[in-house]
Ligand binder design. Structure first.
Ligand SMILES: Nc1ncnc2c1ncn2[C@@H]1O[C@H](COP(=O)(O)OP(=O)(O)O)[C@@H](O)[C@H]1O
Ligand SMILES: [Mg+2]
Length: 247
């Protein structure tokens, strides 16, 4: 069985197509359950890259396959469905809905995805029970917090709500856009441990972009956004195919 969750080939991107691309990824394969940190300074293209991956931003050159589907070959509504059903995104600024409570924010993805809803029901829980479980796992176990408006929470607490919202329904892919940038080192590492633990539990693939190299030690693999050369896995596969052809 093909274990690739994300496959990229020949990706090049610049807002202005006449200019030299600032994102160049000749080849990248990310497998099920892998955690990959992509490092880059502010303005290097991390958020842009995640928007390309989630299909929010159309690709001008190259190929991105998500769970075997080539994003360029499918309609925009299908891209929206892939994102809603198979991804969870933790945004840099969290993007929580200010007038909704903590629980309501965590439940948002369930309203947009039968797939996520069914996954929870298959395990014998309701969406609300799962939201509470996730919030508790992420250190927000106090019931009174669940009913609060998100604007009444600290930044660290809001970040956990954003993580629970990305994790609900156990999506295959979690995209995290430097969610720890507003936290001190101790809280960043603590948050990361919780996120990694939940990703491991669900066998989710995690792509985490950050300018903060202090968190690198916690990742199985890390790469600078400027350093994508021919990906080893693809290179190995191609080398093997070439050998098989010539023998
Ligand atoms: N919507 C946009 N239109 C044009 N240029 C943009 C847009 N969004 C970001 N950029 C530019 O793209 C580059 C990469 O930005 P971004 O992906 O946000 O970087 P990072 O997330 O690494 O800080 C920057 O030069 C930024 O100014
Ligand atoms: Mg960014």
């Amino acid at each position: 069985m093909n274990n690739s969750i994300i496959e990229i080939q020949g990706l090049q991107f610049n807002w202005d197509k006449s200019k030299v691309p600032f994102i160049t990824i000749p080849g990248l394969v990310v497998l099920k359950s892998e955690h990959l940190l992509i490092k880059g300074d502010s303005g290097s293209g991390k958020t842009t890259f995640l928007n390309l991956l989630s299909g929010v931003l159309p690709l001008s050159s190259g190929e991105i396959k998500i769970l075997g589907e080539n994003l360029a070959d499918v309609s925009s509504s299908k891209r929206d469905a892939i994102r809603a059903n198979h991804m969870g995104v933790i945004f840099q600024m969290f993007n929580l809905i200010p007038y909704l409570s903590v629980i309501e924010n965590v439940l948002i993805p369930i309203h947009f995805s039968e797939v996520k809803k069914n996954k929870i029901q298959t395990r014998g829980s309701t969406a609300k029970e799962e939201a509470i479980r996730l919030l508790s796992e992420l250190g927000l176990q106090q019931k009174e917090i669940h009913e609060k408006k998100v604007t009444e929470l600290s930044v660290g607490q809001q970040q956990r709500v954003a993580a629970a919202r990305a994790l609900i329904g156990s999506p295959e892919i979690i995209l995290a856009d430097e969610p720890t940038s507003a936290l001190d080192e101790k809280n960043s590492l603590r948050f990361l441990e919780l996120l990694l633990k939940e990703c491991n539990k669900n066998n989710s693939t995690l792509l985490y972009v950050s300018h903060d190299s202090r968190i690198q030690q916690r990742f199985q693999q890390s790469i600078s956004i400027h350093d994508f050369t021919e990906n080893m896995r693809i290179a190995e596969k191609k080398g093997k195919e070439a050998m098989e052809c010539s023998s």
